[in-house]
Structures are given as C-alpha cells and as structure tokens.
Design a protein around this ligand. Structure first.
Ligand code: ADQ
Length: 462
C-alpha cells in the first residue's frame, strides 16, 4: 500500500474530541484508520513573508506537517478568494461574492507555498489526496515542479452549474486547474454532472462511457464519492450515558416536552433564519404544540471576519429573541440558542435525546449532522430526521422527511408530522436510514476514492 499524503487548508488536532467542521471530522475518522501524512496550514498567521518549512508532529499513525501563513495570505487567500469568492459561488450565492484581483493573487501565492512545502515531505511512491476549494490549483503547482505522483482531489462543497460558475472571473482557469488532477471526487451526481456540463461546453472535452473526461491526451476520472461518518463510534458515544444531558432529558420527560435539534457551523448556507421562522410557524399553525416542544439550536461561530457571517449572527440572535419574546412562558423557553461548540460525546447524547433532527441548509455538499443524528437514534424509540432537499445527503437519505428550506410552511408542516409520527413508521424509516449510512460510512468513502486514485478504477467499472 502506498503512503497516503493528505493536504487540506487546516489540519485538525487529532488528539481533541470536539471538532466543528465536516472536513476535519470526516478526514480525522478516515486517516486515523489508514495512517499517513496530513499537511496544511497550522491556523496561525505571521507578520513576515518567506517560504516556511513544514513543522512535523506525530499523532498515532498520522504524521502532521503544518505551515504558517502570513497576515496577507490569511486576508487574501483564506478570507478573500476562498471564503468571499469560492464559498458563496459554489453555494449558488452570487449575491455574496466579493471578487478582488488581490484575492486571486493571494490564492495563487498560497497554493504555490503549499506546493513548495509539500515537495520537502513527498516520496516518489506516495499518493496525494488534496481536499476542498482552498487548494484547487495545487495539482497544477505540483506538476509545474515536476511532481509525477498520482494526485486526487475531493470537493466537500457543491459544484455549481456552468452558468453560475461562469459569473466569476478566471472560471476557465479554475476548471483547467481541476483537470490537472488524476481523480476529481464530488459528493453527489448533481455536482459531478455540473462539472461534466462545464467541461463539455467550455473546454470541448469528451465524456467517455466509463465516466472519464478526455482532454487532449489526458484522462481524468470524475466520480461521486459521498462522504460518510464513523457510524460505530458515533453509536457508541450516543449509547454512553451523559450525566448532564440525562438530567436535562429527565426534566423534559416529566414536563412531557419534546426537543427539536439543529447543529451547525454558523454559516449563511445552513438556512438558520428560515429554520427558526419555520419553528415559529409550527407554534402558530399548531397551538397545541406550544409548551410541548422546544428548539435547541447549537451554532458554532466561524469566519467571523467576513461580513456576511457577522450579519447572519445578528439576524439569528434577533430572531431567537423575537420568537422567545412572542411565545415564551414563565416555565417554557421555545428557542434555546447556543452560540458555541459542544464536545462530540455530548452532541451524540443530545441528538439521541431529541425527537427531531432539523437539518435545513439552503445548499450543502453533504451534511454530516444529518448522518450523525441518524446514527445516534435508538431503535426502541427513534427520532425523525427532517432534511433539506438541497443537502447532498438528501440524494441518499430518502426516508427522512424531505423539505424545501425556502418554504417555511412546508417545514412547519413536516415538523408537525415528525412530532406526531407513529412509532412503527419511525422505526421503519430509522432502519432504512441506518442501513444506508452504514453502507456508505467513512471507510467506504476512503476505500472507493482510493480505488480510483491508486488503481484508476471508475465507478462505472466497479
Ligand atoms: P460543514 O459545512 O462544516 O462541512 P457538516 O457536514 O454538517 O458541515 O459538518 C459539520 C461537522 O461539525 C459535524 O460533524 C458536526 O457534528 C460538527 N459541528 C457542527 N457544529 C457544531 C457545534 N456547534 N458543536 C460541535 N460540533 C459541531 C463541509 C461541507 C459539508 C460536508 C462536509 C464533509 O460544507 O457539506 O458534509 O464538509 O465533507
């Protein structure tokens, strides 16, 4: 087996339990098992400019190699091109794209830095797996430096349709950079189809019968590899008693109250304002639900230097205050809004103690929270997943109640349906969902991607 070298913008701390962010969670689960090297930014900025040497640390079977970035890199590459251009663009939010030439320059500069740093750790028989929108030009940078290893790319977020992508300057260059990888992995068939349409229309590529994209002499595999979770370890965490959650659940049981749970990074793509409005609509449409159900929304802060994130935080705080002001009673608070990160074991216990998992992104690559919620349920008395049709997870999790996250009434009706669903139906749905997330877990994701990267297998041939 070749040594696996993973590269992503940030490297997660593998010794820590709490990680908010799907990429960190998914990769940590997969790498712990196979071992290898994980390279990325150390999360700290510096004032001076020079090519940094990677800092090497061992964490079990994984060698972590990290580099610092400068303040300018952080502003132009991370906050700029990655999170003010590519993130909104790839989530179909052209209204939030803020393009500047300096952002693009910073993006190219940092990808070149990553390439230089990576060269110092690479061995000839390594396979390289690069992650996410921050590092699209990295394969091209590595190839320019003579790198011959096989290089794969996985996009954790959606890939937009050509007409949206074409709105950003240098879109053709971005896709040409993608074509330097040997394998490009997407979360869903929709995302893969969007790339195929783009390369046919704009680059004149041919899509072969086995799914390979042919560009001149080059052949690139573009596949769909939906990311999964480490189901068994999540089940184990959810089954372990957690004192604080148990006390709280007991109190709710005595009062005959149910809980709807939402857990997200605080991001405008996650559909949080309309989620809160849908909960308020539930209380309006079904007054019998008042005092008998509460929404717990846990939202971990991210990218707070980007204006759109400041706005969404303010909007949410105002909305939860408004709903509580309107409906709360002296012994019932309808919305419990927690602005922070919860340890993973407590999170698992909270999912299990909640009758509804409410996951309503406006657009999401996959959404691991949906899978975690399913994994945490007990078969004796499972809760119901209410899931946005625009989450990648909806391509797979058909037995959830699928909703339109822009339609507040639709979400409210489905919340009511979830809260009143008979046990038998809940169990049937849970059984099917559990089977699906077990079949497509973190290991399956890693193995199918690695078969393409190491053996050149396309999904059409497997
Ligand atoms: P994210 O946008 O971060 O991931 P998601 O897939 O839901 O979204 O993963 C979030 C992870 O962080 C989950 O494991 C969740 O438990 C954890 N988390 C979130 N908020 C938390 C909180 N407040 N406290 C503790 N933990 C919290 C990106 C893409 C997704 C894609 C993943 C993986 O945007 O679409 O599913 O990568 O590819």
């Amino acid at each position: 087996m070749n040594r696996l070298v993973v590269v992503s913008n940030r490297v997660a701390d593998l010794t820590k339990g709490a990680q908010a962010g799907g990429l960190a969670v998914g990769l940590a689960d997969s790498l712990r098992e196979r071992g290898g090297v994980w390279m990325g930014w150390d999360g700290q900025s510096l004032k001076y400019e020079e090519q940094p040497e990677p800092r090497i640390r061992k964490a079990g079977e994984v060698t972590q190699a990290t580099i610092p970035l400068t303040d300018q890199d952080y502003a132009e590459y991370y906050l700029g091109f990655a999170n003010s251009v590519l993130w909104p663009l790839f989530h179909y939010r052209l209204d939030l794209v803020e393009y500047k030439t300096a952002f693009l320059e910073g993006y190219r500069r940092v990808n070149a830095k990553f390439a230089n740093a990576l060269l110092s750790v690479l061995r000839p028989d390594d396979v390289i797996w690069i992650h996410d929108y921050h590092l699209i030009p990295l394969a091209a940078e590595l190839r320019q430096r003579g790198c011959k290893q096989r290089i794969g790319f996985f996009l954790h977020i959606p890939f937009p349709p050509p007409e949206i992508l074409a709105a950003v300057p240098r879109h053709r260059w971005l896709v040409e950079c993608l074509m330097e990888f040997d394998v490009i992995g997407f979360q869903t068939l929709t995302d893969r189809g969007n790339l195929q349409h783009y390369v046919e229309d704009h680059l004149g590529c041919e899509i072969q019968e086995d799914g390979r994209i042919k560009l001149g002499e080059r052949e690139v595999i573009a596949g769909c590899y939906p990311i999964g979770i480490d189901v068994e370890s999540f089940v184990e965490m959810a089954e372990k008693p957690n004192d604080e959650v148990q006390i709280e659940t007991h109190r709710r049981d005595i009062l005959g109250r149910r809980q709807i749970i939402g857990v997200d990074r605080l991001d405008y793509t996650k559909g949080l304002p309309d989620r809160l409005r849908a909960f308020a609509r539930l209380l309006e449409l079904y007054p019998e639900m008042r005092k008998s159900v509460a929404l717990m929304q846990i939202a971990t802060p991210t990218r707070e230097e980007v204006e759109a994130y400041v706005d969404i935080r303010k909007e949410l705080e105002a909305l939860s205050g408004e709903i509580n002001g309107r409906f709360a009673d002296f012994n019932w608070t309808p919305v419990r809004y927690i602005h922070g990160t919860v340890p993973r074991d407590a999170l698992a216990a909270l999912y299990r103690a909640s009758q509804v998992g409410f996951v309503t992104p406006l657009r999401d690559g996959m959404n691991l929270v949906a899978k975690e919620y399913v994994a945490a349920q007990s078969m004796d008395n499972p809760g119901v997943l209410v899931l946005s049709k625009f989450a990648g997870a909806a391509e797979d999790l058909h037995e959830a109640l699928i909703v339109n996250p822009y339609d507040v009434d639709d979400m409210a009706r489905n919340l009511c349906r979830a809260l009143t669903m008979p046990m038998e139906e809940r169990q049937e749905r849970q059984k099917a969902l559990m089977q699906r997330i077990r079949e497509r877990d973190a290991r399956h994701w890693l193995n199918t991607f690695m078969s393409a990267l190491e053996k050149g297998e396309t999904q059409e041939t497997t």
